[in-house]
Design a protein around this ligand. Structure first.
Ligand code: SF4
Ligand code: MG
Length: 329
């Protein structure tokens, strides 16, 4: 399997009036060609900050990548200059956000917005760009594309606008697509159609997808692997089956309590009792200690070493580590 992205020990902080927030505290994962990795967790767990860091979209200051690498096709993006990053953004790496309305420019036609990136990055003719735009609209399921190219965003429904956003994100044939809550603003039927569209497009183009979401129904539908984030760290990662059927971290188990089966699609993450720790002063040990029914003395003091449960399944929890038994209890 060809690795297209390796994120290694990524750490991101934000300086605020209240102090320095450690938003991402050492995140490591990789992504293969044609794979969909879902990053899930409650709001504030660092999943959006992680994806923004990959895209080079952390405003510095107040944000800062304090450690780690984002190796995309063999090159570390964290060492790129802004101008070089901009060349990659939208061309080789594309991003889709939650709200399709803010992603589109209300004063430009759909055709202009579709071809803008194409013409900047590829220097192709107007006619060629238009042909490609029509192809993309067809790909995302918009009929009468040549007429619709001249229309403005407000002339489309919410679901259609998100299809257009996806078409814009994919027109330059990116290697990596990052989608941050791409269906949250849409109703359930449209949401299902958009998820099917992602799958279809992935089959056709081989694009790799990082899907940021708090919605386990979305994850159940299209993820290949799942990374569960808590308090700025990935606490468990594995294939979709491993995470849904053999969740091991007490936090993952709590998240999944409301979704007993893969085919239940409308459930969302049910927050576990208690709140995540303050990331101004994150604990030295496992950040879930205060909420965990199985917490031991060691948990609060030392962060658990990752345990490999299978080739792809890893968990950060002392319960899985034989050494914990003899250590402090
Ligand atoms: Fe619970 Fe300890 Fe495992 Fe953290 S390391 S999830 S506190 S048992
Ligand atoms: Mg978010």
């Amino acid at each position: 399997e060809e690795k297209i992205l390796q994120v290694e020990d990524l750490q991101v902080t934000f300086t605020t009036f209240g102090g320095v927030v450690q938003a991402v505290r050492g995140v490591t994962f990789d992504l293969h060609k044609g794979e969909t990795l879902a990053i899930v967790g409650e709001s504030g767990c660092g999943k959006s900050v992680t994806s923004n860091a990959i895209m080079g979209l952390i405003p510095q200051p107040p944000g800062k990548i304090t450690n780690g690498k984002v190796v995309f096709k063999g090159k570390d993006l964290t060492s790129f200059k802004k101008s070089d990053l901009r060349k990659i953004q939208g061309l080789d790496v594309s991003m889709i956000f939650q709200d399709p309305m803010t992603a589109l420019n209300p004063t430009m036609t759909i055709g202009e917005q579709l071809t803008e990136g194409l013409r900047t990055h590829h220097k192709i003719s107007r006619v060629e760009a238009k042909t490609k735009a029509i192809e993309m609209l067809l790909l995302v399921g918009i009929s009468n594309p040549s007429e619709r190219l001249n229309q403005y965003p407000h002339q489309f429904s919410g679901g259609m606008r998100q299809r257009i956003v996806i078409a814009i994100a994919l027109i330059c044939e990116p290697t990596l697509l990052i989608a941050d809550e791409p269906t949250t603003a849409l109703d359930v039927t449209i949401q299902a159609q958009i998820l099917e569209l992602f799958e279809e497009i992935q089959k056709k183009t081989g694009v790799s997808i990082i899907l940021i979401t708090h919605d386990l129904g979305v994850v159940a539908k299209i993820a290949d692997r799942i990374a569960v984030m808590y308090a700025g760290k990935i606490i468990e990662i594995g294939t979709k089956r491993e995470i849904f059927y053999e969740p091991t971290h007490p936090y993952t188990k709590g998240l999944l309590n409301s979704v007993p089966r893969l085919d239940l699609v409308e459930e969302e993450l049910e927050p576990i009792e208690g709140t995540p720790p303050d990331l101004f002063a994150p604990p030295a040990g496992c950040a879930f200690t205060a909420r965990c029914p199985y917490a031991m003395e060691v948990c609060n003091l030392v962060y658990p070493v990752a345990t490999s449960l299978s080739e792809k399944h890893k968990v950060d929890c002392w319960l899985q580590d034989e050494r914990a038994k003899g250590l402090f209890n």
